[in-house]
Write a protein that binds this ligand. Structure first.
Ligand code: FMN
Length: 220
């Protein structure tokens, strides 16, 4: 698979087979993602790979927090409003998912259900958390985005699947405690990782993209 095909065919996967990924493969994903560029080559990324009993313990904790309606305190705040163009794309995605599943994902009870699925890492065999020192600035957060995309593309190229999940950082303090990550770190993103179950209807929908003309400005 070449780079263009890899970028264009990667997609978020939310149903996995039960097969675990060998440790060597997971380690290789990280070592490939380490070739991402970063501001002054600072490489401001750290990784926690969570599997087995630890993953179960973490999921149980997150679901319990959700059920007791604990207020989410992510290290990176969730946006409360969006500019018109971005909100339009969110509405489009939600409508499309409603059309396909018949479920209104904006309804409060559906949000709880969706969060539960996220906190179970969609039953993938592995979760990967990306974190960095909390004192790092916005460029480092940008660098982490590059690292995350590299990790997802490397996984895809190897026949693995991922989904990036902001929801899994809702209870950042508790996640860090559970995983032994110092409180001085910023929890940026959790991802589920495993082999895709492509027979599942959950994975059938391919998201779309806006027309390129709408985002490009030619200056001559
Ligand atoms: C920073 C970030 C946070 C996301 N958070 C979640 C999440 O919490 N749960 C989830 O199921 N998907 C999440 N997604 C996946 C997006 O919904 C998905 O990337 C988008 O709809 C485009 O679809 P695609 O990844 O299949 O191309 C997130 C993606 C990004 C980049």
């Amino acid at each position: 698979m070449n780079a263009i095909e890899c970028i264009q065919t990667r997609r978020s996967i939310r149903k996995f087979t039960t097969d675990s990924v060998p440790r060597k493969e997971l380690e290789e994903l990280v070592s490939i993602a380490q070739w991402s560029p970063s501001y002054k080559n600072t490489q401001p990324w750290e990784v926690a790979i969570v599997s087995g009993d630890k993953k179960q313990e973490l999921s149980k904790k997150l679901v319990a927090l959700l059920e007791e309606r604990a207020t989410p305190t992510p290290d990176i705040e969730s946006p409360t409003s969006w500019p018109e163009a971005e909100q339009g794309r969110i509405d489009y995605l939600m409508n499309k998912r409603k059309e396909l599943t018949g479920l209104d994902l904006t309804a409060p009870e559906m949000i709880v259900k969706a969060k539960k699925a996220n906190f179970n890492f969609y039953f993938a065999p592995h979760a990967i958390y990306l974190f960095q020192d909390a004192s790092l600035g916005e460029w480092s957060l940008f660098d982490m985005g590059l690292f995350a995309q590299s990790l997802m593309l490397a996984a895809h190229a190897k026949g693995l699947a991922t989904v990036p999940q902001a929801f899994t950082t809702d209870y950042a303090k508790e996640v860090k405690e559970c995983l032994g990550i110092p409180a001085s770190k910023r929890l940026v993103l959790g991802l589920s990782v495993g082999y895709p179950d492509m027979d599942s209807p959950v994975n059938a929908y391919r998201t779309e993209r806006s027309a390129t003309e709408g985002i490009v400005n030619w200056m001559e």
